[in-house]
Design a protein around this ligand. Structure first.
Ligand SMILES: NC(=O)c1ccc[n+]([C@@H]2O[C@H](COP(=O)([O-])OP(=O)(O)OC[C@H]3O[C@@H](n4cnc5c(N)ncnc54)[C@H](O)[C@@H]3O)[C@@H](O)[C@H]2O)c1
Length: 358
C-alpha cells in the first residue's frame, strides 16, 4: 500500500486537527512521522450536516462529501476511517468500520458503556485491523518526559477539573450523546494516569455527585482513591466547577489545567496542561538521578501544537498500518479508561469499593 486513503466521519472542530496533518501539511508533525503523514490522503467525508461535510471536502480536497457513513464503509478505495463524531456514535461506527475491514482512528472516549467496550475489543481481535484511540496526552512532550524519567511510580495523582462549568445544553454534557464532562475530558487524564502508572487498576473507591448541574444522571464531581495491580496507589479528581484556574501559576497555552503527578522514591514529575509541559523535583543524590529540568514550557519553545503532539496522532496510525508498528493506544486502553470512569460513578452512587475484573 503506497497511500492510505482516509474516510472521515464527523466534520467538526476536532476532525480539522487530524485532517490538517494529511499529505504532510502540518508543519508541526514530528520529522520521523512526516513521511507517513505525507502518505495519508483524504477521500470521503461524512457528516449528518451536509454543509459541514462539503466544507471539509473543499478544505481537505476530498473526492466526495456525504451524509451517509455507509458510503465510506462500503467504499473499496478507503483503507482507514477517522471517527470524530459525538460519543454515542463512537461504538456503532467503530464496529461497522471494523466489520468492513477499515483501520480506525477514534477520538476519545472510545465508548460510553462496558458492553460497547467488550464489543469493540472483540471486533478488534477478530478483524485484525489497526484500531487506535486518539488519547492525545500520550503524544505530548511533557507526559513523555515524565514517563521516561519516572517509569515505575508508586503514587500517581491525577487531576482533571476544568476552568469553567459546562453548559447544560452542549451535546457533550448530554447524558446520552456525550456522557458529561468527566467522561468527555476526564478521560484524557485517566488515560494519562494509566499511561504513567504502567499498571492495570485493581480497585477504586470514589465519592462525588452532582454539584454544578441540574440533571441527576450526569455526575460532575469525582474524588477517587485507586489501587493498582502492581501495588502502587493514587487518586483521580475529576469534574468542572470553575476550579481549574487555581491549579496553575502561569498561563497555560492549552488552557487545560489537567495534570498527572508521578512519584517514586524521592523523585517526582508533573505532566501538566494535557501533558504539554512538565516539572520535576528530586530529593535523591544527583549521582542517582538528575531531573532533566525543573520546569519546562515546550509550548514557548516549540509552539503549542508541536508541544501537544496533536499533529503526530494520524501519522502514527499511518506508520502502524504501513510498517506494522505497535500503536500507542488501542482498544484495551480505550476500554480501561471508560470502565474506570464508569466504576468511579458506580462507587460514588453505591458507597462501595469497586474491584476490576482480571
Ligand atoms: N482530543 C481533544 O483535545 C478533543 C477536543 C475536542 C473534541 N474532541 C473529541 O472529538 C470528537 C468530536 O468533537 P468535536 O468537538 O469535533 O465536535 P463537533 O460537534 O464540532 O463535531 C462533531 C461532528 O460530528 C457530526 N456527527 C455527529 N454524529 C454523526 C453521525 N452519526 N454521523 C456523521 N456525523 C455525525 C456532527 O454533525 C458534527 O459536525 C469527540 O469525540 C470529542 O470528545 C477531542
Amino acid at each position: 500500500m503506497s497511500m492510505i486513503r482516509l474516510g472521515v466521519i464527523g466534520c467538526g472542530g476536532m476532525s480539522k486537527v487530524h485532517c490538517g496533518t494529511a499529505l504532510g501539511r502540518s508543519a508541526t508533525t514530528s520529522p520521523e512521522l512526516r513521511p507517513y503523514a505525507e502518505k495519508v490522503q483524504i477521500r470521503g467525508l461524512a457528516d449528518v450536516d451536509p454543509a459541514r461535510a462539503e466544507a471539509h471536502r473543499l478544505a481537505y480536497e476530498g473526492e466526495y462529501a456525504t451524509t451517509d457513513p455507509e458510503r465510506i464503509f462500503n467504499d473499496p478505495d478507503i483503507d482507514a476511517v477517522l471517527i470524530t463524531t459525538w460519543h454515542d456514535t463512537h461504538a456503532p461506527l467503530s464496529l461497522r468500520a471494523m466489520e468492513c475491514g477499515k483501520h480506525v482512528l477514534i477520538e476519545k472516549p472510545m465508548a460510553m458503556t462496558e458492553p460497547e467496550c467488550d464489543a469493540i475489543l472483540e471486533a478488534e481481535a477478530r478483524s485484525g485491523v489497526k484500531y487506535m484511540v486518539a488519547f492525545r496526552c500520550r503524544f505530548a512532550r511533557g507526559a513523555r518526559d515524565v514517563k521516561r524519567e519516572i517509569p515505575r511510580p508508586d503514587n500517581i495523582i491525577a487531576h482533571a477539573r476544568t476552568a469553567g462549568i459546562w453548559r447544560e445544553g452542549i451535546w457533550a454534557q448530554d447524558p446520552l450523546k456525550g456522557g458529561g464532562q468527566i467522561l468527555s475530558q476526564g478521560c484524557h487524564v485517566v488515560d494519562m494516569m494509566f499511561y504513567l502508572a504502567g499498571a492495570e487498576p485493581e480497585s477504586v473507591y470514589a465519592t462525588g455527585g452532582v454539584f454544578h448541574h441540574q440533571r441527576p444522571e450526569v455526575i460532575d464531581t469525582i474524588n477517587a482513591a485507586v489501587r493498582y495491580r502492581n501495588g502502587s496507589v493514587g487518586s483521580f479528581l475529576g469534574g468542572d466547577g470553575g476550579t481549574g484556574g487555581l491549579m496553575a501559576d502561569y498561563a497555560l497555552p492549552c488552557k487545560c489545567p489537567f495534570w498527572v503527578m508521578a512519584v517514586a522514591g524521592g523523585r517526582s514529575g508533573l505532566a501538566i496542561d494535557h501533558g504539554h509541559n512538565a516539572r520535576f523535583e528530586s530529593i535523591v543524590p544527583e549521582t542517582e538521578w538528575k531531573p532533566p529540568y525543573a520546569k519546562c514550557d515546550y509550548s514557548e519553545e516549540l509552539g503549542q501544537e508541536a508541544a501537544s503532539g496533536l499533529s503526530d496522532i494520524l501519522p502514527t496510525l499511518a506508520r502502524s498500518i504501513l510498517d506494522d508498528t505497535p500503536l500507542p493506544a488501542t482498544a484495551a486502553d480505550g476500554a480501561r479508561t471508560t470502565r474506570f470512569i464508569l466504576k468511579c460513578f458506580e462507587s460514588a452512587r453505591t458507597g462501595k469499593v469497586i474491584r476490576f475484573g482480571q
